[in-house]
Design a protein around this ligand. Structure first.
Ligand code: GH3
Ligand code: MG
Ligand code: MG
Length: 330
């Protein structure tokens, strides 16, 4: 077999190198592995924003423990992200080695290369390309595994955050969720110029109830009271347990008269509820609660509104308990 003249041979080999290189790039770009690699980069971006959302500080506040602890969800997520970063780094290094092999082949190709030498160089190039393809598919598998891990860890974190906002006994929002909601609802009501009320309720002589009937019975009363709040306040109301036997209900788009009417329904149902003394089997029905209600003013903020609602509740206790004091009537 005759070979081409020397300048044409050189051109042909350079062309061959370019074709092999392009083929490798195209193979990589069109293969699912390459897409997975790009997807992996997206995962890194997505996970990066996730980290912003789940600041270790916020996680710890939500009861998820010390982020330095190797077993926390944040720590596991960070380890997984570090693995992804390492995988991408190793892929970049492999790409660098591949480019280097191509450049080397180009340099090693003398102007008057013998056919044998050309064949060897092309063989080396094919080998480098195969190695590159193998490493890319390995990377793709590892990235997919990491992507799944990140998705699981992320969903666990969201769940943990939600649990951190809920009171485990009553399933109402806790103090933390109440504080967040109150600021948000006040801002919305002031921008939209809608009415908003805040109700604070506290079970009367609850310490005595615990002392007389035991803590588990007290817990039952707390749950019952929380259910009353959920049943009676309309959709949109945000009820929270903000202390031991203290509750707060944010009522967006609600007039003071309506807030008072609904609270009165709750007060009466609690007062009328029959309970059984587990020891004696006797029925009794004197478990009650006191309430304070305020309406949001133009200049109110969460602190002033809460302070005034607390003052109304205090007034209700002072007035003999089992009653509601509205700010306007105070
Ligand atoms: P007042 O009418 O003035 O509100 O009197 P009170 O006895 O209800 O108020 P006090 O603050 O003296 O007592 C509150 C009690 O609530 C004391 C505490 O043991 C009880 N408590 C707080 N958290 C829980 C809980 O999760 N379960 C039970 N069973 N009791 C709780
Ligand atoms: Mg009380
Ligand atoms: Mg109290």
């Amino acid at each position: 077999m005759r070979f081409l003249t020397i300048p044409s041979l050189q051109l042909a080999v350079i062309f061959l190198i370019a074709v092999v290189g392009m083929a490798a790039l195209l193979a990589n770009a069109q293969s699912p592995e390459a897409l997975s690699f790009i997807f992996g980069l997206m995962v890194l971006g997505f996970a990066g924003t996730g980290l912003k959302e789940f600041r270790p500080g916020a996680g710890a506040a939500a009861g998820q423990g010390d982020p330095q602890d190797p077993d926390t969800r944040e720590a596991r997520l960070e380890r997984e992200l570090a693995t992804i970063a390492d995988l991408i780094q190793s892929h970049l290094e492999a790409s660098g080695r591949y480019s280097h092999a191509l450049a080397q082949a180009d340099r090693n190709l003398p102007v008057s290369a013998a056919p044998e030498k050309v064949r060897t160089i092309v063989g080396l190039l094919i080998e480098a390309n195969e190695k590159m393809l193998h490493e890319t598919s390995e990377l793709s598998r590892n990235l997919e595994r990491s992507r799944l891990q990140v998705a699981i860890l992320r969903s666990n974190l969201v769940e943990a955050q939600q649990i951190g906002m809920r009171d485990s006994l009553t399933s109402l929002g806790n103090r933390r969720s109440f504080d967040l909601n109150l600021g948000k609802e006040i801002a919305e009501a002031q921008v939209d110029r809608t009415e908003m009320c805040l109700v604070m309720g506290d079970l009367d002589h609850f310490k005595k109830i615990n002392d007389n009937f035991g803590h588990p019975f007290g817990d039952r009363v707390l749950k019952y009271f929380a259910d009353l709040l959920l049943k009676n306040f309309m959709e949109g109301a945000i009820a929270a347990r903000i202390g031991g036997e203290e509750f707060a209900i944010i009522l967006p788009e609600t007039r003071l008269e309506d807030a008072q009417r609904l609270t009165e329904l709750i007060r009466r149902q609690l007062e009328a509820q029959q309970w059984m003394n587990a020891q004696s089997g006797q029925l009794f029905s004197n478990i009650t609660a006191s309430f304070g209600i305020v309406r949001l003013g133009e200049k109110d903020n969460d602190e002033t509104l809460l302070r005034r609602a607390d003052a109304m509740l205090y007034e209700a206790k002072r007035s003999g308990r089992n009653c509601i004091i509205c700010e306007s009537a105070a």
